[in-house]
Design a protein around this ligand. Structure first.
Ligand SMILES: [Zn+2]
Ligand SMILES: [Zn+2]
Length: 205
């Protein structure tokens, strides 16, 4: 009798297993947060909570690693963000579908005619990695609450890019192009517009 129950349970289990897609869009523990250099624990923890508060994804915080010298841009004494993405692509277990690099160092990239333009963060659309810098978020200059709000918005914006979302023309949407000004970030309320929410369906809380 016990044997029969076991067999039935096994069949039920297999049946359940069979209807679960083999590869869900993103598994749990899909996001790794990688501190690049020394980042204070409060900042790391706010970034993690910020992602988990917005996305239905678990975040694992990796041990900090030194900023790679390959990304250092000596003329401006800062780090090239696209080179940090190359570095981050190779970090962490392959089970982490997305890697969010977090640094206090200034980061830059080429923007149009400007060869080296300081930015809040960078991501490839649908890429594995993104990087966020707190350098331009006003730490110590603005109230801590505002600094953390900016941090969470930029982190979720960059993560949104890695999840395939491009810039959005809807004013106030989290995916709006900040275009280098913190005012754009500050006017966002931290939410995705209906169109972006639709594209991220299944990944949001
Ligand atoms: Zn963007
Ligand atoms: Zn939008």
């Amino acid at each position: 009798m016990a044997m029969l129950v076991q067999i039935i349970l096994r069949v039920v289990f297999l049946a359940i297993f069979a209807i679960v897609p083999a590869q869900p869009l993103l598994a749990q523990s899909a996001v790794a947060l990688q501190p690049l250099g020394s980042v204070d624990s409060a900042t790391v923890s706010i970034a993690r909570q910020g992602i988990e508060g917005k996305f239905d994804l678990d975040v694992v915080v990796l041990n900090p690693v030194v900023l790679p010298s390959s990304a250092y841009y000596r003329p401006r004494r800062r780090y090239r963000a696209e080179k940090l993405l190359d570095f981050l692509d190779g970090q962490g277990d392959i089970n982490y579908k997305k890697i969010v690099g977090l640094t206090v160092a200034d980061v830059s990239t080429t923007k149009g005619d400007i060869p080296d333009w300081g930015i809040f963060g960078l991501a490839g659309i649908g890429g594995r990695s993104c990087v966020v810098s707190t350098y331009r978020l006003g730490k110590g200059k603005v109230k801590r609450k505002l600094f953390y709000e900016r941090l969470v918005k930029v982190v979720n914006h960059e993560l949104g890019h890695t999840l395939g979302i491009d810039h959005c023309p809807v004013p106030g949407c989290l995916m709006e192009d900040a275009a280098g000004t913190i005012r754009t970030v500050d006017r966002e309320d931290g939410s995705f517009c209906a169109g972006c929410r639709d594209k991220l369906k299944g990944l949001l809380r």
